[in-house]
Design a binder for this molecule. Sequence first.
Ligand code: FES
Ligand SMILES: [Fe+2]
Length: 427
Amino acid sequence: MLSKQDNHLLTRTGPGTPMGELFRLYWIPALKSDELKSDGKPQRVRLLGEDLIAFRDTEGKIGLIEEACPHRGTSLYYGINDGCGIRCMYHGWKFDTNGDCTEIPSEEGDPKFRKTIKIKNYPVKEVKGIIWTYMGPEEKQPEFPEFYWMGLPVENMMSERVWQECNYAQVMENDLDYVHAAFLHKALGKQEVGEGILSTDLGIDPNHPLVRNPPVKQDVEDTNYGKRCIAVGIGNETDNAFMEIHYIFPFYTFPPRFEGEDGMWHAFIPRDDYSTWSWDVQFSHNRPIDVQANHDRRGLKLDEHFKKQISIENDYAQDRELQKTGNFTGIRGIANQDHAATETMGPIVDRSKEHLGTSDLPIIHMRRLLLQQVKAFQDGKENFTLVNDSLKNLYSAGLYDSNQKSWQEAFPLQSQFKTKEFEVKSK
Ligand code: FES
Ligand SMILES: [Fe+2]
């Protein structure tokens, strides 16, 4: 349970809010590279409550700028993207990718005026098919985070972004929730699974350790990237299944995985306080990924604005017959099941009314870290720093080992991920 004040602090991320200003100090995945073509249609993208557009100019450079034209506010989304800039359809003012105004046709005789006009723009970086941005103050821009999958060949990965209709925090909480997999994602019969693919469109195989039984033990430990959330489940007669979820501050995760399965990385970026850009990167360590199989498994059907066609508006196409015979929810697709669970809470769930149990331990730790960090930030303290030496080697593993072993023996945290405090304490 959270107080109403803490729930407010956790969930409000627009400009000027404490959490919003803290989030602006981290790199954000904004768009997929293939959304933008040179001199092609611009793309709208709302991030942290700000309405922006992105465009790729004649030379391939990307601009991420405020949507409203600084002249009188017309949307630049409708503008003309050519000749190394975007021109407003209303009176023809033109802007380049740096946000500089390069032409005002009606004020040709007054170049000084033109030079005073600037549109808000944010720096971008294009990495492995994703366009990232940094929306904080220039002097605080951190090193670009080098996640493990960025070191893999591009054919080993795929990414998807989707507009999810609720606050980022409840989407991220779902990702740290081990127990829901045993219910929400449970397929009632054995599933046909492809190489490295965890599950099909009906849900997760009932024999998978995530589904077979809820974890018998959970624990959370502090790390130099955020939190490592450990779960121990029953594997077979002699072995337990040891699993981990990594919560990387402030809004990235690696959900649980076992050897041989494709890896998964998520980011939950507030679109505004009532909706989220949910990013999903699937990656294989050692072979090209099956893009179609992964899309099918997730089951999302998106329109050109990345809005879902299977949504709360049509009850997620729930099939009551399928619920009796096929899977726990009667909803097809792992992602649709997750969206149904989190969006039906309402856009911002009232955490003063919830009743958390021991199964919610990772969520409690994640909230605690976010609230502790945002309060420290309000007090003018330095924010949490991500270290690439650590990030480069981090992903979720998961293994079977003797049920006589504790998780600390079977599945210890590698020393490179330990916090300085941890090192001091264990000396
Ligand atoms: S409003 Fe854009 S040029 Fe006038
Ligand atoms: Fe899920």
